[in-house]
Ligand binder design. Structure first.
Ligand code: 1SD
Ligand code: ZN
Length: 260
């Protein structure tokens, strides 16, 4: 057990609830999204990405032992945040990280019509009103996570190249690595003009707080086999070879769809 009391592994995720009771609650993530069953949210304003074109002053990649996490520091007026779509307030960018598995048939946390993808990226944001990420997790509307699916394509993704440029430095080290700062807009540009699914759920890792408005574009970005190999070379805690949680029961929640 580490000092923050959040030591866990992916060998038997059903055991998480013993130590982290919220992992056993009813509205957990990830889930399987069955497209034909979705209700329409009707005409929502498009999701708006603000400040994503601003490069941060510093950018850091770290191996948390459960994923690689990218954070940045922006000058006060330049911090990226999202608004609109299903959101009622500004949600400030906190970090992004990835989920993958040992081969291409698994890896994503969410499924679409029962299908997994080899890679899912999570862009974690907290509600501005709640001021910090750690305070925001206490509220049911505290966080919004945009989850992007990646599928294998020989071309791969340029947006991932910048991140993976620093990955060898953190693959078997917990020391943070400073990347040459770059703007995150390549990710939101890649999902312009697509449909999104949205539902209320949780963090997919302990403590599994039910504080997340999930936003999932119903399309995929590209990742090459070579890029996937770099993810699979990352040493995770406890010798884990995957870091996706299995899908959880919907328990009556509705999933809504909207277009931007
Ligand atoms: O798995 C991540 C976890 O690593 C941490 O980043 C947490 C919030 O910082 O979020 C979860 S998740 O629900 O975004 N997968
Ligand atoms: Zn995640």
């Amino acid at each position: 057990i580490n000092s923050s009391g959040t030591d866990f592994d992916y060998k038997d995720t059903c055991k998480w609830a013993k130590e982290f009771p919220m992992c056993g609650e009813k509205f957990q993530s990830p889930i399987n999204i069955k497209i034909p069953n979705l209700e329409s949210l009707g005409e929502l304003p498009p999701l708006k990405w603000n400040g994503y074109e601003n490069a941060p002053t510093t950018m850091t990649l770290v191996n948390s032992g459960h994923s690689i996490t990218l954070t940045g520091q922006w000058d006060d007026n330049n911090i990226p945040y999202i608004t609109d779509g299903p959101l009622t307030d500004a949600y400030i960018f906190e970090q992004l990280h990835f989920h993958w598995g040992p081969n291409d048939s698994v890896g994503s946390e969410h499924k679409m019509n029962g299908n997994s993808f080899p890679l899912e990226m999570h862009m974690v944001h907290f509600k501005k009103e709640y001021e910090t990420f750690s305070n925001a997790v206490k509220y049911s509307d505290g966080l919004t996570v945009v989850g992007l699916f990646f599928d294998i394509s020989p071309m791969g993704s340029e947006a991932l190249t910048a991140i993976l440029g620093g990955v060898s430095a953190v693959s078997s080290s917990k020391d943070p690595f400073e990347l040459d700062p770059f703007e995150l807009s390549s990710f939101n540009v890649a999902i312009a003009a697509v449909q999104f699914a949205t539902y209320a759920g949780s963090l997919t890792t302990p403590p599994c707080s039910q504080s997340v408005i999930w936003i999932l574009p119903i399309n995929t970005l590209n990742v090459s086999s070579k890029q996937m190999k770099k993810f699979r070379n990352i040493e995770l805690n406890h010798g884990d070879t995957h870091n996706y949680r299995p899908t959880q029961p919907l328990n009556g929640r509705s999933i809504h769809i909207f277009t931007q």
